[in-house]
Each structure stands twice: as structure tokens, then as C-alpha cells.
Design a protein around this ligand. Structure first.
Ligand code: UT7
Length: 334
């Protein structure tokens, strides 16, 4: 009997509205060429005015539950990883729990910025393997367009909205072989939203100075990311007693194509073993990894028995990685 937790079902949702690079070319001092060559991004999805993070999360969650052949009342716990919760409280997870009718589930949010999905998956794994809960719904969901300063060319071009979800439960085959998490709070100034919390509550001054929007020292985050993506992937492999030659597929956080290519090189992987959707989606923070994982699975790029490395980094600073031995049959044309 395999006592490991693994992914029972997966789903994702992207809003319909698309903003391409030409929009930014028209509204600020940038170009399609600069954005594509420096980031790899061509377009990103943006939520409608009436869509909040919980709405995107709900759609992704229902797909994941269906894929797992379960019903909402079979879910014991809902964890939403997000940096853009609907409101300060209640948690977005509580709103999703009610939306989907997971009447028996506990619910809470996870705050680890872009690494949030791997953090939440790690927590889910503990609950399942310790037999506290049977089925844990883990969602990464963001509406980052609500926290962007669309006059700041160094941040607004990078991010998009979306949601991805998995159901974590006991699997007969494979499962989550390892998870590795890390943080370094000394880097808190590199990437943050300064206002709206207890340190700097909303005021006319914070609004006038756009302090409720993402601030980033892009190049510092870039250098950190290139180092940590490789280090963290190697650590998760070591914890699973595997080597780089055992990787079948890599799902990296989708922040910048140059960061992804550097990670692939460090792991000795050809880019055909690496999933990239940031050209179409931009950086969706906690939603990037589960959306990419869902797309790769549905395109038939990940098959039962494959060793899939998930790796991400983000505000905090935080990072996380995992080796998942894929346990769901199917994929392509499912
Ligand atoms: O999920 C985690 C979230 N964050 C990230 O992943 C971000 C990681 N960092 C990055 O992806 C890159 O650092 C960026 C894409 C944000 C920036 O690329 P870079 O190669 O690190 O550029 P830079 O910040 O060193 O800036 C180079 C130049 C600057 O001009 P000067 O000072 O050299 O004259 C910027 O002002 O590029 C300028 N620049 C732009 N130019 C045209 C910055 N943004 C733009 C823009 N269009 N959108």
C-alpha cells in the first residue's frame, strides 16, 4: 500500500480578456520588442471588473474536483494560495468553500506570494499522509491586475490573472515524492505591496502615492531567482533520491523566460522538457505553477509515472520545489 499523498485531479481557469504588448506600447514608454526579448511575455489574461480571485478559484476548483471523480462534499480542507485575496478577511478559501458547496471542509488562505502553491501543496501532503484529512483542495489563484500600477512599466507588463487547482489525496501509485520550502525575510523590500496592511493602512497619502500596488526591484529579484530555481530543484531531487537525469518534465514558476532557460540549463534539460506559458499568461504568481501543470497534463506532455519537478520563487522572499511522480491516467484529449 502506497502511503504517499499525490494529485487526484487537476483543473484551471483563465479569464477571457486578453491584454497584449501593443496595449502597453500605446500607453507607456515601452515596446513589444523590449517586453518579448527581456521577459518572453506577449500577452496576459485579465479578469473582468466583476470577477474576484474567488470567482477564478471556484471555476478551477470545480474542474479539479470533477477530474478527481469526487464531489464537493468529499473535500475536507480548502487551501487558497494567493497574494490577492478578495478581502482582508474572510479568507478567499472560505468564499470558495461556500461557492462550491464543500460543506464539510475547513478553509484557510496561504500567504507565500508566488511560492504559495508549493507551500499549500506541502501542507496538504502533511494532512493526507498523517491521515487527518482524506481530500484536500489546493488552489493557486490571483487577480494581480487589481494591484498593478498601469503607469509603471517595470511591473505592469509582467503580471496576469488566473487560477489552478489540484485535489491532494492518497494515491495508489507515485505521488508527491518530496517538497522543499525556504524563505529569507531580509529580502522583503525587493518585492512587496507596501500599503493596505497594519504597517501602512489605507490613507489619502497611500492612495496618492500608489502604495497599494506591486513594487519590485526587478534586477535583484532576477539574480535571486536564477540562483534559487536551480538550487531548490536540486534539493527536491536529492530529497526524493533522484538525479537530474531522472527528471521527465519541469514546471517552473512563469516569471521570465530567461530565468526559466537558466534553470533548465542548470538541470541539464532541453527546453522541450520544460513547460512555458508565460508568453500567453504572463506571471500569475501563485496560479502560475498549477495552471502550467494543468495545461501540460492536458496536452499529454506529462504521463502516469513521470517525475515532474515543480519549482517557484517569490515575495518574502520565498521559494519552494517538489518532485511529483505523476499518478493520473489520461491527459491528452481527455
Ligand atoms: O514572481 C516573481 C516576480 N518578479 C519577477 O520575477 C521579476 C524578475 N525580474 C525580471 O524579470 C527582470 O528583472 C525584469 C524583466 C523585471 C527587468 O529586466 P532587466 O533585464 O533586469 O532590466 P533592468 O531592471 O536592469 O532594467 C534595464 C533597463 C532600465 O533602463 P536604464 O536604467 O538602463 O536606462 C529600465 O528602466 O530597462 C528599462 N525598463 C524598460 N524599458 C522598456 C524597465 N522596464 C521596461 C519596459 N520597457 N517595460
Amino acid at each position: 500500500m502506497n502511503n504517499k499523498a499525490g494529485i487526484l485531479g487537476i483543473g484551471s481557469y483563465l479569464p477571457e480578456k486578453i491584454i497584449d504588448n501593443l496595449y502597453f506600447e500605446k500607453t507607456m514608454d515601452t515596446s513589444d520588442e523590449w517586453i518579448k526579448t527581456r521577459t518572453g511575455i506577449s500577452e496576459r489574461r485579465i479578469a473582468n471588473d466583476n470577477e474576484a480571485t474567488s470567482d477564478l478559484a471556484t471555476k478551477a476548483a470545480l474542474k479539479a474536483i470533477k477530474c478527481a471523480k469526487l464531489k464537493p462534499e468529499n473535500i475536507d480542507l480548502v487551501i487558497v494560495a494567493t497574494a490577492t485575496s478578495d478581502m482582508v478577511f474572510p479568507s478567499t478559501a472560505c468564499i470558495v468553500q461556500n461557492n462550491i458547496g464543500a460543506t464539510k471542509a475547513a478553509a484557510f488562505d496561504m500567504s507565500a506570494a508566488c511560492s504559495g502553491f508549493i507551500y499549500a501543496m506541502t501542507v496538504a501532503k502533511q494532512f493526507v499522509e498523517n491521515k487527518v484529512y482524506q481530500n484536500v483542495l489546493v488552489i493557486g489563484a490571483e487577480v494581480l491586475s487589481r494591484v498593478l500600477d498601469y503607469t509603471d512599466r517595470t511591473t505592469s507588463i509582467l503580471f496576469g490573472d488566473g487560477a489552478g487547482a489540484v485535489v491532494i489525496g492518497n494515491v495508489e501509485f507515485g505521488g508527491i515524492l518530496s517538497t522543499y520550502l525556504g524563505s529569507d525575510g531580509s529580502g522583503k523590500e525587493f518585492l512587496n505591496i507596501p500599503a493596505g496592511g497594519s504597517k501602512l493602512p489605507a490613507s489619502q497619502n497611500t492612495i496618492d502615492n500608489k502604495l497599494h500596488t506591486i513594487k519590485m526591484a526587478g534586477n535583484d529579484v532576477y539574480k535571486f531567482a536564477v540562483r534559487i530555481m536551480g538550487d531548490a530543484s536540486l534539493k527536491a531531487l536529492e530529497m526524493a533520491n533522484l538525479k537530474t537525469c531522472n527528471i521527465d518534465y519541469l514546471i517552473p514558476h512563469q516569471a521570465n523566460i530567461r530565468i526559466i532557460e537558466a534553470s533548465a540549463k542548470r538541470l541539464k534539460l532541453n527546453m522541450d522538457k520544460v513547460y512555458v506559458n508565460l508568453d500567453k499568461c504572463g506571471n500569475m504568481s501563485a496560479a502560475s505553477i498549477p495552471v502550467a501543470l494543468d495545461e501540460a497534463y492536458r496536452l499529454g506532455k506529462i504521463k502516469k509515472g513521470d517525475n515532474v519537478v515543480l519549482v517557484g520563487f517569490g515575495g518574502g522572499l520565498t521559494w519552494g520545489s517538489s518532485v511529483v511522480n505523476w499518478s493520473i491516467q489520461g491527459g491528452k484529449n481527455e
